[in-house]
Design a protein around this ligand. Structure first.
Ligand SMILES: C=CC1=C(C)c2cc3[nH]c(cc4nc(cc5[nH]c(cc1n2)c(C)c5CCC(=O)O)C(CCC(=O)O)=C4C)c(C)c3C=C
Ligand SMILES: [Fe+2]
Ligand SMILES: [Fe+2]
Length: 341
């Protein structure tokens, strides 16, 4: 007679492979409480704010979390997806997951899901769900074309933190950056060409605006800056544009430190003051449109450009859940699944 497996082992489903798409995060609503909860989780992440908690927490809990939730909540309200009552980042991430599942139907053992680093659904919850559905292998895809410790590494950390609490861990593979992948560069170039073709004017300058990081993070060895430069160089090559015509800039500064330069807001203002009349801005580092692209660029930067004498401003949307955008994500996933599926 064979001994029965202890309860738990015999009942485990297995043999499936999970693909977990993870983006930055999103508040549940634009109200003060939702915003504060979201910002608190975000801004207590040591990968995001590297200051010692002794120095940072009095500022965070004494000032930032009292003032910023209302301010940022108002900004979110202007770009909220009213139809779904959620942020567009959430809408696009879910769509990307659904479309990815449709694209991978030739791999019947693969289950696709999505999560957010901050807010819901959490990485821990989705890893548990994938495990419960029989995934003994999980491909974790932080949705950032360029690697930064503040984005990619914190997603990986959070996933491994969940694994630390599991007795029977799934195998976990993390997806690396894809900042020079030709399919990504082609998709960006197409998005620029296609969007400019819809305008009855052409920009004198195009800005490739990336989210910034503090300069000190770069100096400590973060490869993010070099990767943004490389993406932009390849995009320029693909579009046949000069350095002067397609410029790189960095946006979304936070706090008093020096961040990567040139700054997007200052460049937009300077260009307008120097007499540029028509500019376009794209955000190659954002897989999906979000607060930082829809509000900071399409609203705030446009307003600043007009206010300082500019006439025409175009925001080129992110790749989002478009055919080109999905082709990029699918290619990366299929490549990283090799040997598994
Ligand atoms: C020191 C603070 C921050 C660093 C470093 C940082 C890096 C970083 N962020 C993104 C992508 C996004 N950031 C978004 C919002 C956002 N970012 C910060 C701060 C830092 N980001 C804050 C405080 C916020 C919240 C809004 C605000 O209070 O101003 C978003 C948008 C999220 C959304 O819900 O729409 C994205 C996306 C990258 C790629 C990056 C480093 C490379
Ligand atoms: Fe950010
Ligand atoms: Fe911002």
């Amino acid at each position: 007679m064979t001994a029965e497996a202890p309860t738990g082992q015999s009942q485990q489903k297995s043999g499936k492979i999970g693909v977990l798409l993870v983006n930055l995060g999103t508040p549940d609503g634009t109200d003060y409480t939702s915003m504060r909860r979201y910002l608190r989780e975000f801004l207590t992440d040591k990968r995001v704010i590297e200051w010692s908690p002794w120095k940072w927490y009095p500022i965070l809990f004494g000032i930032v979390l009292n003032t910023r939730p209302s301010k940022v909540g108002k900004a979110y309200e202007t770009i909220w997806n009213k139809e779904k009552n959620e942020s567009f980042l959430r809408t696009y991430t879910r769509n990307q997951s659904d479309l990815m599942a449709e694209r991978l139907t030739d791999l019947p053992d693969v289950i696709v899901d999505w999560a957010m680093r901050y807010g819901k659904p959490s990485i821990a919850e989705r890893i548990q769900t994938l495990k419960d559905r029989g995934c003994d292998r999980i491909l974790l895809f932080p949705l950032y074309p360029q690697y930064a410790a503040a984005t990619t590494a914190t997603v990986n950390d959070k996933a491994f933190e969940k694994l630390m609490a599991m007795r029977w861990q799934p195998a976990l593979r993390t997806v690396p950056d894809y900042h020079t992948d030709p399919i990504y560069i082609d998709a960006l170039a197409n998005s620029v060409t296609r969007h400019l073709a819809t305008l009855d004017w052409q920009p004198e300058k195009i800005l490739a605006s990336f989210h910034g990081i503090p300069l000190s993070y770069s100096e400590k060895g973060d490869p993010y800056y070099g990767q943004c430069i490389e993406t932009t160089r390849l995009l320029r090559e693909k579009l046949g544009l000069s350095e002067d015509r397609l410029m790189i800039t960095f946006q979304s500064r936070f706090g008093p430190e020096e961040w990567l330069q040139p700054y997007t807001d200052k460049t937009v203002e300077r260009l307008a003051k120097e007499g540029s009349k028509r500019i376009a801005v794209l955000n190659p580092g954002f897989v999906s449109d979000c607060l930082e692209t829809l509000e900071e660029i399409a609203e705030q930067a446009a307003e600043s450009f007009h206010h300082n004498g500019g006439e025409k401003f175009a925001h080129i949307p992110c790749l989002n859940d478009s055919e080109d955008g999905m082709r990029v994500l699918e290619k990366v996933v299929r490549r990283e699944l090799l040997g598994w599926a």
